[in-house]
Design a protein around this ligand. Sequence first.
Ligand SMILES: [Zn+2]
Length: 128
Amino acid sequence: METKQHIKEFTIVDGKLEIESPSGNHYTITKTTCSCKGFGFRRTCSHLKEAEERGLISLLNEPKHISSQHTLSPEAHTIRKNALKQFLIKNNITTTEDMINTIEPQITRDSKPEDIIALAKICKYFVG
Ligand SMILES: [Zn+2]
């Protein structure tokens, strides 16, 4: 069974979701808002709804952790990404570059293994 998708791709920028709709439009989603016209009229929209249903909103949590990671060196990011890749492979999750790049900044010292697997599954849904 295939459900209609309203979000084709997404990235996380500055604690917000930048999404692309299947028709190629770009919108910015925060925890409670979307930049599309529909949201402007109705204060709700299919993008925000789907982002909630797919667990994307939960990726926007804890922005203070994310901003503190801007101080990490490129080497540290590479090490984190490699560790993440190994971890996911060990858990039988196929990874892609995009997936790793999306998940890595979300991982904090407090992230539990099951949180990371949940993140990977969310990303996998969008990567295909
Ligand atoms: Zn929207």
